[in-house]
Structures are given as C-alpha cells and as structure tokens.
Design a protein around this ligand. Structure first.
Ligand code: UD1
Length: 423
C-alpha cells in the first residue's frame, strides 16, 4: 500500500487549480442511466471513486470512455441491473445507481453499502422515498432489490436532509409518472449541478438548492453535455493546507460562493481572505486564532472539511470547540493527531482542541478520505517527517494531491509499497 511522506515546515505559496467535484461527478455519471444518447462530461476529476462509478456503469453494459478529465457515456443498452458487493463495498455512492436503474429499467439489485469508517450511514431514506414512488423494495442476502413497472410521483418528506438520498430520488422521479415533491431536501451545490444536467437532458425540475424540489416526470431523457462544478472540498483543503503553514495560497477555477462558510471561518481565525471571480487568495499570519466550528448541512460548515480544520486548530492560539452534527463517530483522525502531539479532548460529538506551539511528525494512518487530508495538513506544519499510510483513501477523492501540494512548495512524496519494503 502506498504512503505519503511529508517533511513539514515549508511555507506554502502560489496558485493551485481546483479540480471538478467528485461528489457532483458521481451522481451525474449515475444519472446517465436515465436516458439513451451520448452524455459528454467535462471537468470530471480522475479520482478512484469516479473510476469505480465508471466500472459500475460498464458492468451494467454502458459504453464508458474516460480520457483526462472528459468522460463519454452511452447507456442505450443495459444488460445488467446488478451492482455487485465487490464494487459497492469500496464506494458507498454506488447506491446512486439504484434510483436511475429502477426508474428506467424497472428493476435494480444493489448491494447494501455496509459499514463505514465514519459511523452508521444508513440508506433508509433512499429506500423509503423509492417505496413512496411505488417501487417494490426488498432486502435479501445483503442486496437491495427494487422493482417497478413505472414509478409514480409522490410527496416525500425526508426526516434528515440527505445529499445522495435527495439525488437518488430526484433522478428516479425524473422518469416517474406525475409530480413528485421532495420536502426537506438537501441543498448542496452538487444537487443543483445534477439538476442542471438533468434539465438539460429534458427533465422538469424546480427548486433544486432549496428545501423543496418539484419534479414533473417525463417519459425519457436524452443525452447531453455538462461541465462538472469545481470541488469545494478540495478547494477548502488546499486553503487549509496553506493556512497551517502561515502561507499565501490562491485557488483558481473555483466557485467562491460555494466556499462561504469555510472562508468565513478562515477569516474569523485571522486569515486575510480575498475573493475575485473564480479565485480566492488566503494570506495567513504566522499563527491563527482558535475558533469554534459546527458542521451542518449546506450552507452550513461542511462535515467534509471538519478534519482539515481540526488539524488547523491544533496549532492555533487558544481553545477551539469543533462540533460534528452530520455524522456520528467522524473523529477517526483525532487519535492520529494526538500521536503528532495535538491536545484534543473528545466530549460526545464535540472536540475541544487546545492549540499547541508545534506538532511532531509521526507515522499515522487514516481511516477515511477527509481524515487522511487532515493528517496530510498536520504533517505539512509538523516538525520532522510524517508518513500517512493507506493513501488509497486520499486517491478516492483527491486528484494528484501530492503534485498539487508540491506545486505550492510542500515537501511531499508518494512511496509505493515496493519502495517502502526496500527502504
Ligand atoms: C454525502 C457526501 C459526503 C458528505 C455527506 C454530508 C457524496 C457522494 N457524499 O454523503 O461526502 O460527507 O454527503 O455532506 O455526495 N442519513 C440517514 N438515512 C439515509 C441517508 C442519510 O439517516 O437514508 C443520515 C446520515 O447518517 C447522516 C445524514 O443523514 O447523518 C447526512 O448524510 P447524507 O447527506 O446522506 O450523506 P451522503 O449522501 O452519504
């Protein structure tokens, strides 16, 4: 297994281009199942999760080509509607194929995602919503089976705003007979991006990005072109990486409006944040101030930026309280940060972080994508060498992360398992 070796202490400066959003590309790719014709997608990040979604579509019989950041998908012919355990276990977002498969092909068999490093992540709301649309749902031998002649529009209230749940139901309802209203829907920018793509292909959707989304079902969707929005979490990660080193980092090709809560928090902590059209420059003093952060659904502070900000707070002046309200047990980075000398106390779903003058490099291991990013960030500012193991988590969601960080002046390299064995 590859690992990242970081020698901390370099101040990060310069520009870094933000890639396309993984969490937009995934539902958009899944949505290609909803219609015939060709879908041409650009700004698609070349990360492992996206490649996994491509593999899944190929297993269904779709023609998928992915060169650089352009993906072309044709789903005129589908000869399987089964998403196997081996792929689903590596990526929970595989469940995004459930709605499109049952809506267009009348049946779907998708492995239940199962356990996850960031706590219990059920899909009950996806299933309850599909059942309301008339799908016959059953759970057998670890698989979800959904069947329906044609889905029928319905009023669906989501107990909790769920991102992939909203996306699954919005896709399914696009081909249902009649009108669907999704109440208490999630409002993330990735949902608007998916809706824009569906609308371009003939879907009739109003209200994406608000609490209530109304979808008038249509008979079929056509192919279409789409440019995936920039990744707001990747963008925030590079800003946090710059900030922990007292750096001066500009992210380009981003949507500053999607980063509002993160930029507000960086500025509250003492960074100088300058926004231009599609660029954000963050200049950081030698030491930031500790601040309180509470994760929430969009437009609140993203849970996917929590670990990176905790790393930042480990070296800030004073005490910070970080409250996680979206996922239970999303604190897997805490023990590892402690091994680097961080002073963090866990109180239920809150972390009390007392900023230290320094962290020390250590071998660490992350258990999920964003926790890994948090450890990389801590390593950039730690004294000595940090080795982040299990890099495959990072590869699921960050495109060329070591190259991009090196471009900003970081000392970081990937060591493959073979090289590690020899050294
Ligand atoms: C998506 C993102 C993930 C991000 C998360 C929260 C993708 C591919 N992944 O994940 O990166 O961290 O949003 O912003 O877009 N819940 C239920 N029942 C359900 C579904 C969800 O109780 O059926 C709960 C979850 O346990 C969690 C909350 O709802 O507490 C929000 O989760 P959700 O928005 O569904 O996260 P994902 O869509 O899985």
């Amino acid at each position: 297994m590859d690992r990242m070796v970081i020698t901390g202490g370099n101040r990060l400066c310069g520009e870094v281009r933000v890639s396309g959003a993984k969490n937009s590309a995934l539902p958009i790719l899944a949505s290609t199942i909803l219609g015939g014709g060709e879908c041409v997608l650009t700004n698609v990040p070349r990360v492992v999760d996206v490649l996994t979604m491509g593999k899944l579509l190929s297993i269904f019989g779709a023609e998928v080509s992915h060169e650089g950041n352009r993906a072309v998908v044709k789903t005129d012919v589908i000869d399987s509607t089964e998403a196997p355990y081996d792929l689903v276990k590596t990526m929970r977002a595989s469940v995004l194929t459930l709605g499109p498969l049952v809506a267009r092909w009348g049946k779907a068999k998708v492995s239940l995602p199962g356990g996850c490093a960031i706590g219990s992540r059920p899909v009950n709301l996806h299933l309850a919503g599909l059942a309301k649309l008339g799908a016959d749902i059953s759970l057998e031998h670890g698989y979800i089976t959904a069947k329906a002649k044609r889905l029928k529009g319905a009023r669906i209230y989501c107990d909790t705003p769920t991102v992939t749940g909203t996306e699954n139901l919005m896709m399914a309802a696009s081909l249902a007979e009649g009108t669907t209203v999704l109440e208490n829907a999630a409002k993330e920018p990735e949902i608007i991006d998916l809706a824009d793509f569906l609308i371009r292909r003939g879907a009739r959707i109003e209200g994406a990005g608000t609490d209530d989304i109304t979808i008038e079902g249509v008979r079929e969707l056509r192919g279409g072109d789409h440019e995936v929005i920039p990744d707001r979490i990747e963008a925030g990660t590079y800003l946090a990486a710059g900030a922990i080193t007292g750096g001066d980092v500009t992210i380009t090709h981003c949507r500053p409006a999607h980063l509002e809560s993160v930029l507000m928090k960086l500025s509250e902590a003492g960074a100088d944040v300058r926004i231009e059209k599609e660029r954000v420059r963050v200049m950081t003093p030698e030491r930031l101030r500790g601040i309180d952060i509470k994760t929430l659904t969009y437009p609140g502070f993203p849970t996917d930026m929590q670990a990176q900000m905790v790393a930042l707070m480990c070296l800030a002046e004073g005490t910070s309280v970080v409250t996680e309200t979206v996922f239970e047990s999303r604190f897997m980075h805490v023990e590892e940060l402690r091994r680097m000398g961080a002073d963090i106390r866990v109180e239920g779903n809150r972390l009390v972080v007392t900023g230290r003058q320094s962290l020390t490099g250590a071998p660490v291991m992350a258990s999920d994508l964003r926790a890994s990013a948090g450890l990389i960030i801590a390593g950039l500012a730690a004294d000595g060498t940090t080795e982040v193991q299990r890099v495959y988590h990072l590869d699921r969601g960050y495109e060329r992360i070591e190259e991009k960080l090196r471009g900003l002046g970081a000392k970081i390299e990937r060591r493959s398992a073979e090289i590690a064995a020899l050294s």
